[in-house]
Design a protein. Structure first.
Length: 182
């Protein structure tokens, strides 16, 4: 229960500061040179950190999930022969990257997705129960935040997407901006 984790800190601000530091320190030159050895902060080379970037959502800072998702994918999952850091362990790391490239991330155990930020302007997942289409408006390197997310034309009021909203197919539209607004 990630929402309960926030409550264990002295304040939401302190929680966000600590989580932000966790990611900032992972980009420190001492640790960022390789994904093959454990980093005491965020380490993209193994699965224990996969949900970490989504945890900002539980402190009402989805903008930081969006920001760090972009940075982590650019650094640890580049479009190069060595674009997959560490041991993929039957697709765990590559599935993290895939979900984040699409703009959603599954929350384990409860059938909810967290809306993050997509990397592609238009992608469709073809499924027998109905296609899911991901559309990113105003996609650019500068627009690293999401100002609005709609599912079948209805705006989300928070970054959490129940699986039943996607089960029969859906169109998820992300409206991107260069400033955090959600």
């Amino acid at each position: 229960h990630a929402d309960e984790l926030v409550d264990l800190f002295s304040s939401t601000t302190y929680y966000v500061d600590q989580l932000n530091e966790f990611f900032q320190m992972s980009f420190n030159d001492t640790f960022s040179g390789s994904n093959m050895i454990p980093n005491p902060y965020y380490w993209a080379g193994n699965e224990h950190d996969l949900f970490s970037v989504a945890q900002f959502a539980y402190a009402d800072r989805i903008d930081l999930t969006q920001y760090w998702s972009r940075k982590l994918l650019a650094k640890h999952y580049p479009n190069k022969p060595n674009g997959l850091s560490g041991n993929d362990d039957y697709g765990a790391l590559s599935s993290w990257a895939l979900w984040n490239y699409l703009g959603i991330f599954p929350r384990a155990g409860d059938g909810t997705f967290i809306a993050t930020i997509p990397f592609f302007s238009d992608v469709t997942l073809h499924r027998s129960s109905g296609d899911i289409r991901f559309i990113a408006h105003n996609l650019s390197e500068e627009n690293i935040y999401v100002s609005e997310v709609t599912i079948n034309g209805t705006a989300l009021t928070n970054p959490f997407i129940p699986i039943n909203a996607l089960q029969s197919g859906a169109t998820i539209e992300f409206f991107l901006s260069n400033t955090p607004t959600l």
